[in-house]
Design a protein around this ligand. Sequence first.
Ligand SMILES: Cc1cc2nc3c(=O)[nH]c(=O)nc-3n(C[C@H](O)[C@H](O)[C@H](O)COP(=O)(O)O)c2cc1C
Length: 349
Amino acid sequence: MELLRRQHDEARARLPEPAYDYFAGGAGDELTLAENQEAWRRVWLRPRHGLGLGAGRPAVELLGAPMAAPIVLAPAAAQGLLHPEGELAVARAAADAGLVMCLSTRATTDLADVAAATAAPKWFQLYMEPDRSRVQRILQRAAEHGYAQVVMTIDLPVAGRREREWRHGPVAFPPGVALTDHLGAGTGRAYKPPVGGWYAPTWEDVGWVGQAGGLPVVLKGVLTAEDALMAEQAGAAAVAVSNHGGRQLDGVVPTAVALRDVAAALEGRLPLLVDGGIRSGADVVRALALGADAVLVGRPYLWALAAGGEAGVLELLTALIEDTARSLALVGAATPSEVTAAHARLRSW
Ligand SMILES: Cc1cc2nc3c(=O)[nH]c(=O)nc-3n(C[C@H](O)[C@H](O)[C@H](O)COP(=O)(O)O)c2cc1C
């Protein structure tokens, strides 16, 4: 979409190179980063005509949340690097558009401040940490402030080999911007993540998060049928097929391909989300045809934030919702739930 290209180019022109590379980059040789988008292009749509559909109605209800379209704003760290209003601008734009935003553990705005910005439904993304009592306090705060789901990310036991980030070293935060610890000690309080940075979660942790947090768990980062079944056994309320936007292991399966495997394994028992390279309403319809109930979108709204703040994000989300409505009408489905496997034909992967 022309709008995505424009916002990307504006963001690139505005951001210091280390920040741009942090948001744009993938792991390794960035094969997976590219293949995520290419894989959707290998899904051809099979429209049905003669149905008198002048417009599609993209609104859905997913996991108890009404959404103007089956599109969720993917959790993404450090949005204060992109715009002074960071996550607050994103939360307001998502609320105005009627979409759900998912706030990252590694945000630059405390979860209470984001909750106070809008009354719209919100989700909280969790990176598990070794100190369970800390995690429990964060989850309790998320629940108290009205977050409806915890999106637990399982695909980051260690960081991927992100060469663009390594080249620049740690990205400098503008004055007044820092990662929050989500414990309410004050917005912008500098928080140094635990030494080594990351924790490798287990299936037992997934069950624990579901019990300890009191919030339903969306398990994010699943790429195989096997792990989808493990997620189900561990009590997840939903599964998000994701390879972290190509930022973890380079060479993993593109998410469009993984989605089919996971959908076949779960046979509709759990709601399914997918992300990675979704860039248009047609991509949303492709994901629905391959078995998703909704998509998450990452980099496009990050570029929109850098390019135009809250108004830029709202412009992008409005365009994606409209394009989803148009694509539904064009494929011959009145609503997202009417999209079926028969609407897609696959080129060989
Ligand atoms: C700069 C950046 C930061 C991210 N931070 C997080 C994060 O904090 N937690 C998380 O679960 N996923 C994170 N992700 C992954 C996204 O949630 C999502 O899986 C991915 O961006 C989707 O692919 P797309 O950017 O091609 O739409 C991040 C992605 C990017 C690009």
